[in-house]
Design a protein around this ligand. Structure first.
Ligand code: 5GP
Ligand code: ZN
Length: 129
């Protein structure tokens, strides 16, 4: 069984930050910053891209609420809010989750976008439409 489904079921212990009928939020077991929290739908979806839109909306509403709570209570200066989709993007647990990563001034550089050579944006637009 999926590890996050096991957490939802109560078979694996967790530090629950928030819970309702459809959503669970808990501390990441291997945090990248103090307060690193995961928000998940209780129903299993492999990623954000396959999540039912209503569940997705609810997950994001909870993520916003908890994001503000973490920021205020922990005195974070900012926050990275992200969801990895697919192994190529670094997804290691195939149950949709949103990372709330509180950031503190002068903390270690956790996330950085490297630049690529600019593509032909016109061609690119045509391709994705
Ligand atoms: P991903 O790499 O898929 O975006 O993120 C998965 C996250 O889940 C990782 O940051 C990892 O530390 C966390 N994680 C994996 N297994 C467990 C677990 O059993 N309990 C908790 N609390 N977090 C987990
Ligand atoms: Zn699952």
């Amino acid at each position: 069984m999926c590890i996050f489904c096991s957490i939802v079921k109560g078979d694996i212990p967790n530090y629950t930050v928030y819970e309702d009928e459809k959503v669970l939020a808990f501390f990441d077991v291997n945090p990248t910053s103090v307060g690193h929290t995961l928000v998940i739908p209780k129903a299993h979806y492999s990623s954000l891209l396959t999540c039912d839109p209503e569940d997705l909306t609810h997950v994001m509403k909870v993520a916003q609420k908890l994001g503000n709570q973490l920021k205020e209570k922990l005195g974070a200066d900012g926050m990275n809010i992200l969801s990895n989709v697919g192994a190529a993007a670094g997804q290691s647990v195939e149950h949709f989750h949103v990372h709330l990563i509180p950031r503190y001034e002068n903390d270690a550089e956790i996330i950085k976008f490297a630049g690529i050579e600019k593509p032909n944006f016109e061609e690119l637009l045509e391709k994705i439409k």
